[in-house]
Design a protein around this ligand. Structure first.
Ligand code: AGP
Length: 599
């Protein structure tokens, strides 16, 4: 949550920051701001306000040469999204300026202990950090003052700091929140996400927790120095930039979400390529070994990734025959259940930065439990800190509503469980290829779904019903519809409806049924009949082998275990077109952020 970006180099810094903020806006978009050093005026100028980056740009004064700047896009935690609470924040005596992503847990204690004579202008925890630096700078060198501050802060932070007395330097620090240093000969860029480095860096370094970085413009170029809190130099890992500008654009689609929905067949094919050689699937033998010796598996995740975990549970139990439980990360972190004799943990996270999951990881690490992270970001915190990690190679997912990452997670976990299974019940290559074609067919037919949505979905509420893995898809479908259209939606086990919730069904309530599994298709159809009798407006999504003449969306067949990859596509389209009809901000729905780095 929140995106930060900083630049010191030969380019116009404010351009780098504004374009970076656009790319980071998916992380939070309540308010935003920028501070740059104007060479003409020899002063630091700040623009910040409520609302989006494009709004900030409208009033921006572009007539300043500048080569040093920091920026922020905010998802409010402490204090409402107002101009005063927007970042950057300045220390009371004006010397230091800061942007922050994260949450400082002991900000109140710090205020009382060190800063009782400071007048604060915002309600943020961030203002405490910048004033604490100022406090220590009265008796210490700047680097010592920042490191001393870090040793006191509790919580999560990625910080970029400007010192108005050193206009050739940019300072940074990190703990738990992501921060990368982008390196190029003509300048250094720091950002929360690799996307903001595209075009400005040849290589990047993911910063380690509890570290301090100082970037300096010298006569010989731009140099950086990375140390831990006590000032000891640390080893860094330089990674080559492999993202290109095209991968982070909309490619002509009206929204990122639609683009990402349409990319899903190619995500499946890319994963097949990445995890196979000459048509034979392969995953790191150490992971296979570790999972084979597990008595049971615990999958931990949040939101859409948790729904992918539910599908994976089915795979682990049917294909690998390992008992598997799925946990909501925010629950597991503080209410750990009985774990079994030799448990193995799988953390699923698109971003690899979700704070609820990180809290679980810390607990599990302390207890020396083995862990695998399945993620879209190979360099993310959760990928680096787990014992093993598997990447889903979905490419950058920019819409807040997750679509292609879900399909990527399910595909990778299917391949993993398939390799763990002795039986090899089907030809995985052939079935995944069929699934990709079936996904393509419904994507190509999306105008039909658009019309269906126009006719059947209303504004106030909706139900998705299904059984078995279809029920899991219903949960994901419901989350997608509510998060971008704001229509109250429930994903329900079809057979459970009659035990109370059917009381909500009345004339014209939309009910979408998902039917893909032969052994329970008749049961779901009976439940569907029960809601039709009570006046519901229904949409039926089925696979060909279990379809009826009157079904609204009939999907091309693939093996029954792979149907979740296909049946989720029309539900994503239903969510997309419902939100479009209602004029919602599809890629940036209200109150949400892509990367949830607060607990
Ligand atoms: C999905 O559409 C959501 N925006 C959200 O539920 C998301 O899946 C969840 O916050 C978990 O994120 P992660 O996969 O990055 O950990």
């Amino acid at each position: 949550m929140c995106g930060i970006v900083g630049y010191l180099g030969q380019k116009k810094a404010s351009d780098v920051i504004l374009s970076g903020l656009h790319k980071l806006e998916y992380r939070g978009y309540d308010s935003c701001g920028i501070t740059f050093y104007s060479e003409k005026k020899d002063t630091f100028i700040t623009h910040k306000d409520q609302g989006r980056v494009r709004h900030l740009e409208d009033d921006f004064d572009y007539n300043h040469d500048n080569h040093l700047a920091i920026g922020h896009t905010r998802w409010a935690t402490h204090g409402e999204p107002t101009q005063l609470n927007s970042h950057p924040h300045r220390s009371a005596d004006g010397r230091f300026i800061i942007v922050h992503n994260g949450v400082i847990e002991n900000y109140h204690e710090i205020k009382v202990k060190y800063l009782d004579n400071v007048t604060f202008t915002s309600e943020t925890d961030t203002e405490v950090i910048v004033n604490l630096i100022e406090h220590f700078s009265k008796s210490l060198q700047i680097s010592e003052a920042i490191r001393k501050t870090l040793s006191i802060l509790e919580g999560s932070y990625a910080l970029l700091i400007l010192d108005t007395e050193h206009t050739n330097r940019l300072y940074a620090a990190k703990n738990k929140s992501p921060l990368l240093l982008g390196v190029a000969e003509n300048g250094m860029t720091m950002a929360s996400d690799v996307m903001a480095l595209v075009g400005h860096a040849d290589h990047y370094i993911p910063l380690e927790d509890k570290t301090y970085t100082e970037i300096t413009a010298t006569n010989d170029g731009f140099v950086y120095d990375m140390v831990d809190v006590i000032g000891k130099p640390i080893q860094t890992k330089m990674i080559k930039m492999d993202l290109v500008t095209e991968e982070i654009g909309k490619a002509g689609y009206a929204h990122y979400m639609l683009k990402e929905i349409c990319e899903q067949p190619s995500v499946v094919r890319k994963i097949m390529n990445r995890y196979s050689k000459n048509g034979v699937f392969h995953i790191d033998e150490n992971i296979i070994q570790a999972l084979s010796s597990a008595s049971n598996i615990h999958i931990i995740a949040a939101g859409t990734s948790m729904h992918a975990g539910l599908i994976a549970k089915h795979y682990f139990e049917v294909l690998a025959e390992i008992p598997t439980q799925v946990h909501i990360a925010s629950e597991f972190a503080y209410n750990m259940p009985l774990l079994g004799e030799a448990p193995f943990f799988i953390l699923i996270s698109q971003s690899g930065e979700t704070a609820d999951l990180r809290a679980c990881l810390v607990n599990l690490k302390e207890a020396h439990h083995p862990m695998l992270t399945v993620t879209n970001v190979g360099t993310s915190t959760l990928a680096r800190e787990a014992d093993y990690s598997l990447e889903i190679f979905a490419g950058p997912e920019i819409a807040v509503a997750s679509t292609k990452a879900y399909v990527g997670q399910v595909t990778v976990l299917l391949i993993l469980t398939f390799l763990l299974s002795d039986k090899k019940m089907f030809d995985l290559n052939a079935e995944l290829s069929k699934a990709a074609v079936s996904m393509e067919a419904i994507i190509d037919n999306r105008d039909y779904v658009r019309q269906l949505v126009k006719d059947r979905i209303i504004k106030t509420s909706c139900f998705y019903i299904g059984r078995g893995i279809d029920y899991y898809t219903c949960m994901e479908a419901a989350l997608k519809l509510k998060e971008i259209s704001y229509i109250q939606t429930e994903g329900f086990a079809a057979g459970e409806l009659k035990h109370g919730t059917i009381a909500l069904i009345e004339k014209d309530i939309p009910v979408v049924a998902i039917i893909t599994q032969e052994h329970i298709s008749k049961n779901t159809r009976s439940n569907l009949q029960e809601v039709i009798t009570r006046g519901a407006k229904t949409i039926t999504i089925s696979m060909k082998h279990v379809s009826n003449m009157k079904d609204d969306i009939v999907l091309m067949d693939t093996h029954e275990l792979l149907t979740p990859l296909v049946s989720v596509i029309p539900t994503q389209l239903i969510a997309y077109y419902s939100a479009l009809n209602l004029g919602r901000d599809i890629d940036k729905p209200r109150n949400l952020a892509k990367s949830v780095t607060v607990e």
